[in-house]
Design a protein around this ligand. Structure first.
Ligand SMILES: Cc1cc2nc3c(=O)[nH]c(=O)nc-3n(C[C@H](O)[C@H](O)[C@H](O)COP(=O)(O)O)c2cc1C
Length: 373
């Protein structure tokens, strides 16, 4: 057993050198992180099965036997049905608000309104698409399946029989309890500060509680939400987690496909610029503030609809905004950890910086043995 405090059970079991897991939608970030000693998990949301398969093969060619995974969004409850019936559930008042928003702000019609970013992929058919994606993970023998939304309990037995590890992201202790009982290998305890879909319980409250629930079982816990530096990693280990799961910090890396003006905004942003909004997906998610998120906070703005109605309502206008290149209106999911981004750097450098700072913190806490009596 290693005496290096960063060599946790996660490193023992998965063969990584540092207990840092990167979630990103860009495959180049994943390979950079994995080859720097961490674990990379690629977001599969919105990818066709062909693209997903190609990405998996591309990553495998570059990382060999090193650990990586794919994250899919497989919600437990979801309004399904044929598109017309579901669309008919969108109230006229909401349609009028969006139409007025377009008119008042001179948002031009897009040439191709099917290209609407995250809003579009969360509409009708999500369950079916994500189940198809899951089959690709089995066929391509992906080492880790991470479930971003919804319990992965239904797939644990099959995954384990094929040597695949199952990870589940949770925002509440009761979700963690169910997943631990189902034999999920790693629980990602994601706090309120996190970028993307996020709950209402803070990371500092959630992580120790989930660690407690997992104690005495085989399930390990990763801390997520608000992590951008080594201090956070050291704190996560002190809370009993075996490492950290991170998202926002990779957006401002050289390898990330995030648009350059957004990377620059991430560098400048303060924690309060990453705020929760239901305006894009219908579920609370933390986004970098923009004219789009502000518009839905106006007094005359209606309450956003639940998923999948809200993404179906707003996807066309988000496509218009994107294609018109209206930078003030374009946004990205981002967490409060954005405050820890000070420059755009290579992803491997981010891994090294977090690990180095954590090492210093932990050595500082342990005290310098040469000065001890
Ligand atoms: C741009 C972005 C997109 C995200 N998309 C997903 C997703 O598709 N699936 C998922 O499970 N989590 C998603 N997340 C959440 C991350 O997995 C992670 O839990 C979160 O970023 C952790 O908090 P942090 O941003 O403070 O590091 C996303 C986060 C960001 C920043």
């Amino acid at each position: 057993m290693s005496t290096d405090p960063l060599h946790t059970r996660l490193c023992e079991e998965y063969g990584c050198e540092v207990p840092i897991v990167a979630f990103a939608h860009t495959r180049d970030v994943i390979t950079a992180v994995v080859n720097a000693g961490g674990i990379g998990v690629l977001g599969g949301l919105g990818k066709s099965t062909d693209t997903l398969r190609a990405d998996i093969r591309w990553i495998k060619e570059r990382v060999g036997d090193r650990p990586f995974g794919i994250d899919l969004v497989v919600p437990a409850s979801f309004v399904e049905g044929n598109r017309e019936d579901v669309e008919a559930m969108i109230p006229q008042g909401h349609r009028d608000f969006v139409a007025k928003l377009k008119q008042d702000n001179a948002i031009p019609d897009a040439r191709d309104s099917s290209a609407g970013g995250v809003g579009g992929v969360l509409g009708v058919g999500l369950l079916e698409r994500s189940r198809d994606q899951l089959e690709v993970l089995f066929e391509e023998e992906v080492p880790i399946f991470a479930s971003g939304l919804g319990s992965p309990a239904f797939v644990v037995e099959r995954a384990h029989s094929q040597g695949m590890k199952v990870w589940g992201l949770v925002g509440l202790p009761r979700q963690a309890r169910r997943q631990i009982e189902s034999g999920t290998d790693v629980i990602i305890a994601q706090g309120y500060d996190a970028g993307g879909h996020s709950g209402s319980v803070g990371t500092f409250t959630l992580v120790p509680e989930v660690v407690e629930l997992a104690s005495g079982t085989d399930t390990m816990v990763l801390a997520a939400g608000g992590v951008s530096g080594g201090r956070h990693l050291a704190a996560a280990l002190a809370m009993g987690a075996v490492g950290v799961w991170t998202g926002t910090v990779w957006l401002a890396t050289h390898e990330s496909s995030t648009q350059m003006f957004l990377k620059e905004r991430l560098v400048e942003a303060q924690a309060e610029d990453a705020y929760q909004s239901r305006a894009t997906t219908g579920k609370p998610a933390r986004w970098l503030r923009s004219k789009w998120t502000d518009a839905w906070k106006q007094e005359d703005a209606p309450e956003p609809l639940p998923m999948p109605l809200q993404p179906m309502l707003v996807n066309p206008v988000l496509a218009d905004i994107q294609q018109a290149g209206m930078e003030d209106w374009i946004t990205t999911p981002a967490g409060q950890s954005v405050v820890g981004i000070h420059e755009i750097k290579p992803a491997a450098q981010v891994v090294f910086d977090i690990a180095e700072e954590a090492q210093e913190m932990l050595e500082g806490l342990a005290g310098d043995p040469s000065t001890e009596a």
